[in-house]
Design a protein around this ligand. Sequence first.
Ligand code: MG
Length: 256
Amino acid sequence: MASEIKELPKGYTDTPVIPGQTWRVHDIERPSPPVVTPATGSTQVAAGRPPSDAVVLFDGSNLDAWESVRDGGVAPWKLVAGGAVEIAPRTGNIRTKQHFGTCQLHVEWRAPTEIHADSQGRGNSGVFLMGHYEVQVLDGYDNPTYADGLTASIYGQYPPLANASVPPGHWHTFDIVFESPVYEGGAIASPATLTVFHNGVLAHLRQPIQGPTKHRALASYDEEHGPEGPLVLQDHGDPVQFRNIWIRRLERMQAL
Ligand code: MG
């Protein structure tokens, strides 16, 4: 039996205006956000589903959203069981055909169980936002290496706040919020930032980045680039697998 629903106010017109905004506190006229069907979680055996408003970059069926960085042709990595794609070592990096700036990104990956090297030679790959800013993919499970090159590090700049690695062969998740840098008059006005959850554990909290990723060198914003770029996955010679890759375009966070 349906019980009677008590109707309550849907907002107010007599409350103070929020500083820096045009809206009143609990403003009845303020638009509601869009409705999104949420993502479903993945398990070790099956990938979950992206949220309804995501740009799906890889769902296991094809690499149509991607191309070879080397020659702009078909992405040369191979589809494998479990709705995954595996790096074909030494075929080069792949990038999305679409370009993105500030975004929310979800990526799942796993390192090979066969181990031939240690440190940076174990399950090395990388997720490059805008093709420039690397969140490190590495088999960091019981594998000592330099801290700013560990799994989920902002490579060469900031170690993750924790090492949440799982053993080789297990799927990892990266949930990333990236803010693209802002240039004004050729100089950096606002650096890129990264927030990263690695397997649900916070690795970076709105960390300002010092510039595009470098190996054994300092990063800088000396070379200006546009407000968007492709997402790039790195071929570092190891057959790392990826699955369930999706992205949502966002606006840069507003200042208080
Ligand atoms: Mg890497």
